[in-house]
Design a protein around this ligand. Structure first.
Ligand code: FUB
Length: 348
């Protein structure tokens, strides 16, 4: 992940005070980090019992050189943030799950998500196993803030990164996942692993995100993992050369006025885009951009309704100016009357 940061770490004196008291940004951000005592990223937000919970990655400085596989994202635990309302005090609930308590885990705890069913909270997380292959783990708790206890094995049939669990109106739960490059999705064709598989060439069809319905126990897939069709307005799937629109990582699904919205990061072109469909399995038709590129290489988000308003949780690198030391934020998201989303520019 080698994009040269567009942040100039100029002397703090030239920064606008309004940009951020301790920040590295030249442009004025539309929102401020939710917390600044730890680095946080990839925020998956949910409302449980009327309270807002954010399940982020916990970035830290591991001293590992930056590369295209994201080795510098060497996270080792999760902290869950909570707040009573948007703009209210944010609580860091401490370590919710530590890599040392996941028996099968090797390294790199990446973007998690959470779900609730029948009195139990489930934390879903991608981490490399001891053979350096990303798998999805699941851990449970009686509290949305943890601590969580991990299952002894990863979810059978799971692979790649960025699990996102969507509860449909009929009570079914689906896990969306996948991420190319360091996220290893390119190594999985027809759910079979090939260690030396290559990335696609510009004139080849782009990789597709994945989905699987969860079983009643929330700890396994009830079906074979499926690819999700992501198409343009003419019903055509994207080529790799369409990298400002094609899927890269960071799946999220929400429902608005009966339609399924699949949103995702385009990775090397740094957009959060979205596509709309009539079924949780897609196909999803590309509609546009939710969030334009933020400071830092990665872009990752969640979309959630809170007290009748919609919010986008996202991250940038305002505090550190470093790609792998991010901070989570939130801003309001608005729809147009036709159901399309108004694109958000994170800086003025
Ligand atoms: O946080 C590590 C990785 O960076 C996530 O899994 C990706 O979505 C990207 O945000």
């Amino acid at each position: 992940m080698n994009r040269i940061l567009s942040i100039s770490i100029l002397s703090l004196s030239v920064l606008s005070v309004a940009a951020q008291e301790k920040g590295t940004l030249k442009k004025k951000p539309i929102s401020q980090p939710l917390v600044s005592h730890i680095f946080t990223a990839d925020p998956s937000a949910h409302v449980f019992n009327g309270k807002i919970y954010v399940y982020p990655s916990h970035d830290f400085e591991a001293g590992i050189k930056e590369d295209d596989l994201g080795s510098h994202f060497a996270m080792r635990d999760y902290h869950i943030l909570s707040m009573d309302s948007i703009g209210g005090k944010v609580t860091d609930n401490g370590i919710a799950l530590d890599i040392k308590d996941v028996p099968w885990a090797g390294r790199q705890m990446w973007a998690p998500d959470a779900a609730f069913k029948d009195g139990t909270y489930y934390l879903y997380f991608p981490v490399k196993d001891k053979t350096d292959i990303f798998r999805m783990g699941v851990a449970t708790s009686k509290s949305p803030a943890g601590p969580f206890k991990a299952e002894k094995e990863p979810i059978k049939g799971s692979y790649s990164i960025d699990p996102s669990v969507f509860k449909d109106s009929d009570g079914s739960y689906y896990m969306y996942f996948g991420g190319i490059w360091g996220g290893q999705l390119q190594r999985w064709a027809n759910n079979k692993y090939t260690a030396d598989a290559q990335l696609r060439k510009p004139d080849e069809e782009a990789f597709l995100p994945r989905v699987a319905k969860l079983s009643a126990d929330m700890k396994s897939f009830s079906e074979e993992v499926r690819s999700i069709k992501l198409v343009d307005a003419n019903g055509k799937t994207f080529m790799e050369s369409n990298n400002d629109k094609r899927f890269f990582e960071a799946s999220w699904v929400h429902k608005y006025k009966g339609k399924y919205y699949f949103s995702y990061s385009t990775g090397d072109t740094h957009n959060i885009c979205y596509a709309i469909g009539d079924s949780p399995y897609g196909p999803f038709t590309y509609k546009g951009i939710v969030l334009k590129p933020v400071e830092g290489w990665t872009n990752h988000h969640s979309i959630v309704e809170i007290k009748g308003k919609w919010y986008l949780f996202y991250h940038d690198t305002q505090i550190s100016g470093k790609t792998h030391l991010r901070n989570v934020k939130v801003t309001e998201l608005k729809y147009n009357p036709d159901g399309t989303i108004q694109a958000i520019e994170a800086y003025k």
